[in-house]
Design a protein around this ligand. Structure first.
Ligand SMILES: O=C(O)CCC(=O)C(=O)O
Length: 281
């Protein structure tokens, strides 16, 4: 049954804060997932036809905020995504990036940020069933916190897949052997994690699909503002090589024809901080 109350309970929030991630099942229905996959098929085919007819890229992503995939674009304005996100990161939090991802491979162990001054979360919805040996996201519970986070970094976990760490390989460990929670899922389930949490996915295959929606704390304290300035400055370099196709914020989304007040707040913020410049170039 699809949950009707989108707010997280105190226990769910405690789970997220303790382990650095939270799983919600059946957030989207099979019909909705079919609609998303249909839009995904069409958009992926048009991108391939346009820029990569031989499918040479191993990883491609494109922003969700695009009228070519209207239902997928609407999910950012859907309370099933923004209500829990605002509970976890703040009522005035902002979704800076939201992507459709078509991976061609696995992801070694990594974190999305080492900066613990701003809270950033990512909501991911995998569009095919995931299992341990077929692309399930893995997370190391509690690894968003010190000192576990630094301990994992110091044991050379960053980027670890199967043969990238002499230390781990000497003990016969593969990426799959690192102790973790494995998010085996059906399309419609959502995992939300703190971007400081160590994560990976193994058993990749061509066109392994997900939608991802991140939300950032609205910076207020001096150190948070400093961090956000660095993010704006480094965003062009950090997003290069990810193979993102198209504008992060399509003019149609920026137009906000329905005068959605939440979206208006996001747009003001993204313009004020310069993301509409750095991510739309
Ligand atoms: O599914 C995957 O390959 C992992 C995705 C990931 O690492 C991310 O979104 O940060």
């Amino acid at each position: 049954m699809i949950a009707e109350n989108y707010s997280l309970t105190g226990k769910q929030i405690l789970h997220f804060e303790t382990f650095g991630f939270l799983v919600r099942r059946n957030v989207f229905s099979a019909e909705e997932v079919a609609k998303i996959n249909g839009e995904f098929d069409r958009r992926r085919a048009s991108i391939l036809a346009e820029i990569d007819p031989e499918e040479k890229r191993t990883f491609t992503q494109w922003p969700t905020r695009n009228p070519e995939n209207p239902f997928t674009a609407s999910l950012l304005d859907d309370p099933r995504i923004y209500v829990p996100s605002e509970q976890l990161v703040g009522e005035d939090s902002i979704p800076i990036q939201s992507h459709c991802n078509s991976y061609g491979k696995s992801s070694g162990w990594h974190v999305d940020t080492f900066d613990r001054r701003l809270c950033v979360i990512k909501n991911i919805l995998y569009l095919q069933p995931t299992t341990a040996d077929r692309g399930a996201l893995r997370v190391i519970p509690g690894s968003h916190r010190s000192p576990l986070s630094e301990d994992l970094r110091n044991m050379d976990l960053y980027g670890f897949h199967d043969d990238t760490s002499p230390f781990l390989n000497a003990s016969g460990m593969r990426g799959e052997d690192i102790p973790c929670y494995i998010f085996e899922s059906e399309p419609g389930d959502v995992i939300t994690f703190n971007e400081l949490t160590w994560h990976a996915a193994f058993g990749g295959y061509k066109d392994r699909r997900s939608l991802s929606y991140n939300f950032f704390t609205n910076p207020k304290a001096d150190d948070e503002i400093e961090s956000m300035k660095k993010i704006v400055e480094h965003t062009p370099a950090n997003t290069q090589g990810l193979g993102t196709v198209g504008l992060e914020y399509h003019p149609n989304w920026l137009e906000n024809a329905d005068n959605n007040p939440r979206r208006a707040r996001w747009i003001n913020w993204l313009e004020k901080w310069g993301f509409t410049d750095v991510l739309n170039n």
